[in-house]
Design a protein around this ligand. Structure first.
Ligand SMILES: CC(C)(COP(=O)(O)OP(=O)(O)OC[C@H]1O[C@@H](n2cnc3c(N)ncnc32)[C@H](O)[C@@H]1OP(=O)(O)O)[C@@H](O)C(=O)NCCC(=O)NCCS
Length: 186
């Protein structure tokens, strides 16, 4: 994968940039001036990333993922990530039939709503999943492939399905490995 150099990243005009950031030159980044990017973040080929987004450290967006932060914003806390082809969006049209829909129609004819999204530390989302506006994924949530997350999750839990339901608790062993990894930077 080809990544932007540090100079090229600085030229893109992010709000804040950490160290050792790998953003593919094939990713589409819209409104970087609203994005804060922590250390060791990686964004792969063909991701589409737009609007207000805060990435903590060691966040990964795998190929073909789409994150639309809008004005409300998405926060990816440390060590969280999306597997291939996930969709995370803070805004949605009104599907009830009360208003017009879709991006070609001016806002005055639409019932567009927006709400922020939070992915806690160590959250991992399986391939081709969808996260709805307003959802908060608690620390340590894991979500299986092809899931639709419409509600907040409980910490250290594994979910899957559409809509996603908790199937079991998630182990916390990874916290020991996190500490070992972070100790290298002290
Ligand atoms: C959700 C997940 C973590 C569960 O893993 P697990 O605890 O090992 O569970 P199992 O594989 O034993 O599956 C348990 C049951 O749930 C079903 N299941 C597993 N994942 C599912 C999913 N995403 N959607 C629907 N059903 C699923 C299995 O078919 C199985 O059903 P059965 O008991 O009727 O045979 C895993 O299946 C998954 O989806 N991982 C994400 C993988 C991914 O997207 N990787 C991308 C690259 S990082």
């Amino acid at each position: 994968m080809a990544f932007y150099t540090t100079d090229e990243l600085n030229e893109l005009g992010f709000k804040a940039l950490g160290k050792n950031i790998k953003i593919s030159t094939r990713a589409a980044i819209y409104r970087p001036e609203e994005m804060e990017v922590g250390d060791n973040v990686r964004i792969d080929d063909f991701c589409i990333v737009s609007g207000k987004i805060k990435f903590g450290r060691n966040v990964h967006l795998a190929q073909f993922s789409n994150v639309s932060g809008g004005a409300s914003g998405v926060v990816f806390d440390d060590f969280s990530g999306l597997a291939y082809g996930c969709h995370v969006f803070t805004g949605s049209d009104d599907y009830s039939g009360k208003t017009l829909t879709n991006a070609t129609v001016p806002f005055e004819y639409k019932g567009h709503s927006e709400a922020s999204i939070y992915l806690g530390r160590h959250v991992i989302i399986g391939t081709n999943s969808v996260i709805f506006p307003g959802v908060s994924l608690a620390e340590g949530t894991a979500v299986g492939a092809l899931s639709m997350i419409t509600k907040n999750t409980l910490p250290w839990s594994i979910y899957f399905g559409a809509p996603a339901k908790k199937i079991k608790d998630r182990k916390k062993d990874l916290l020991t490995l996190e500490q070992r990894y972070l100790n290298k930077f002290d």
